[in-house]
Design a protein around this ligand. Sequence first.
Ligand SMILES: Cc1cc2nc3c(=O)[nH]c(=O)nc-3n(C[C@H](O)[C@H](O)[C@H](O)COP(=O)(O)OP(=O)(O)OC[C@H]3O[C@@H](n4cnc5c(N)ncnc54)[C@H](O)[C@@H]3O)c2cc1C
Length: 460
Amino acid sequence: MPDADILIIGGGLSGTLLAMQLLRLPGKRRVLVIEPRSELGRGEAYSATERKHTLNANAARMSVDPDNPDDLTLWLQAYLAAGGWPEADRLHLPVAELFPPRGIFGLYVQQRLAEAQALNPGSSVTHVQAEAVDVQPGDAGAQVLLSDGRLLSGRFVVLATGVYAASRTAQRETGELNAAAVDPWDVTAMRALDPHGRVLIIGAGLTMVDALVSLQLAGHRGPIDVLSRHGLLPHVRRQPPGWPDFLAADTGLRSPLQLSRALRAECRKAAERGIDWQAPLDTVRVHIGRLWSQASEVQRRQFVRHLRPWWESHHHRSPPQGAVLIERLLDEGRLRIRAATLQGLEAVGEGMVSIRVRFRGQAHSTRLEAAALINSTGIQYDWRKVDKSLPQKLFERGLVQAGPLALGIAAAPDGAVLGADGERSDYLFSLGPPLRGQWWESTAVTDVALQAKALAQRLV
Ligand SMILES: Cc1cc2nc3c(=O)[nH]c(=O)nc-3n(C[C@H](O)[C@H](O)[C@H](O)COP(=O)(O)OP(=O)(O)OC[C@H]3O[C@@H](n4cnc5c(N)ncnc54)[C@H](O)[C@@H]3O)c2cc1C
């Protein structure tokens, strides 16, 4: 008899929501969630301890229950009423419009799991605190080897391993740079820096916004140079009104060029009526998976090459508090955002780091020196480049193949992983960030919540 019906590798948001959805379905099953962290439901994002590291969207948009968009708002109302997050009072906003700290969101996920467990005592979800280092096909399902030598068997194995963050793991290409860099969320390490020293931040996405928040919390008062390929900052998230779902009416639309034209036309229409451009943009989200999976390889490449920087800065928007901080730092003349390509690390010394970059429009490279460097270039989606046992073993055994454009791993639309031979597995599944190549947007709370529900139904 196998140790579990379903072995979930990774107990961050994806693995925990899958376990929650499995508990909500009728019937009895044993689920083991393999996760090295001490708590389920948090992963990298929701382990945040700083209250100012918030979600990038308000409570109304961050429900983990696809059937109830008010789920987080209702939970938060009860949490605030019980005295949690007292600082929220000072924001004078309706609960649905609050941007909760990510650590509090992690608590919400944990409580929803515990409630699902209480309602289905016949099933069990057990946390196995270890790292999975290998997967081998077995007689009926598969076996998972753990870092402590244990071998667990299950009918199904789900890869819910999340994002491999480029700034935190020792990827082959960036290992040296990361060894010299300060973690974007490590406020304690930032307190040890010279408070007046120059800080260089590589990357200008939402992790950069978190890094600025961390520097402020650590009392940094010096200059900050942000370097990114396009020099684009994330837009601030506002609360736009509803807008007609123009893509639902236009199913013939396929290429990235057609999409960007149609979207611009809608944004112009919105502007003429005095409506925020974020309103039409936000209707695109539900269609991204369909458009991406319909697109040809050439079209996907066109999107990544020409539209991605704009998509990232317009779609992955900053919480308002982060945007206010950026405005203030710009006004004080302490923050500069420049378009540049990193060429490499030059030297690291006591309280000093220097890098070589090429600014956009310049033929020569420039050496930049600072007291500290923060690498916020985000995520390593190419699993073949990740220095971790599990992805390496999966490739070695031919159990996975790289996903489209080398983003994560290839899978069928129902999450069944495709092996090196292109065949869909009948025991190995995945959800969330590993399926970036399949869906493009496969990381945010709403993406993961939908996938978890569908995969639970599929497995049961
Ligand atoms: C700092 C940060 C902030 C974010 N903020 C937002 C936000 O505001 N809004 C939003 O919608 N999205 C946000 N995201 C996106 C976020 O990644 C997803 O919402 C969510 O974390 C994805 O969940 P996951 O479980 O797939 O991945 P993760 O949270 O990365 O969890 C994966 C888990 O798998 C475990 N794991 C990995 N390998 C193994 C192994 N071999 N064996 C066992 N366990 C393993 C890891 O320990 C980890 O706990 C943020 C992401 C980050 C990194």
